[in-house]
Design a protein. Structure first.
Length: 209
């Protein structure tokens, strides 16, 4: 079974509380999503492999560490996942960014894929799949399916708020995936929204209704 981790750093908890508030503006919401993603990125990237490199300091030659050749790809699930990209890219500027677009069919309530645009060598990359919410798990499962169909093997799912139902569904569908969240919330309501949650992350990020 992949790792499941709640990253409960005090700064993350504080920023997440502001993010949840109904009266938080679009501007502040957007800034906070990026900040929390960056703070989470520190933990999510903890096991990136290192290699030795010979360098010259002002004093002497020395052998030090740098990130090994394993390449990164950050893949947001559209549209809300876009809000987390800049925060992660600021930590690893050389990362490539792919996109997976989905919408929810109003009748079946199931996610439907409409766009997949990924780096060509996606099968060789460590992937951070990002979406602010893990609610029912449907979108995340479909996104992982999409990545695996294209040869991706090393996938971490990163979200801000998760419902227990979504975590369980994603773990059952893809037991090899590591899941990182800033908060494990109480449950889903009848409409598939996370309680207490933070509302519709896409609408709050982009100022739409």
């Amino acid at each position: 079974m992949g790792k499941f981790q709640v990253i409960s750093h005090p700064l993350i908890q504080h920023k997440l509380s502001i993010l949840r508030r109904e009266d938080t503006s679009t501007k502040v919401f957007r800034e906070l999503v990026n900040e929390i993603a960056m703070l989470m990125g520190y933990e999510v990237s903890r096991d990136l492999p290192l290699e030795d490199i010979d360098i010259q300091t002002p004093i002497t030659k020395t052998t030090q560490k740098q990130l090994a050749g394993k390449k990164l790809a950050i893949v947001p699930i559209l549209r809300a996942g876009i809000g987390m990209v800049d925060g992660l890219v600021s930590l690893v500027p050389a990362a490539k960014v792919g996109h997976i677009g989905m919408y929810r069919d109003e009748e079946t309530l199931q996610p439907v894929e409409y766009l997949v645009k990924l780096p060509e060598d996606i099968d060789q990359r460590q992937i951070f799949l990002v979406d602010p919410m893990l609610a029912t798990g449907g979108s995340a499962i479909l996104a992982v399916d999409s990545l695996k169909k294209r040869g991706a093997a090393n996938i971490k799912f990163v979200c801000l708020v998760a419902a227990p139902e979504g975590v369980k569904a994603l773990q059952e569908a893809h037991p090899d995936i590591d899941i990182y969240t800033a908060a494990l919330d109480e449950k889903l309501n009848d409409n598939g929204y996370i309680i207490p949650g933070l509302g519709d992350a896409g609408d709050r990020l982009f100022g739409t209704k």
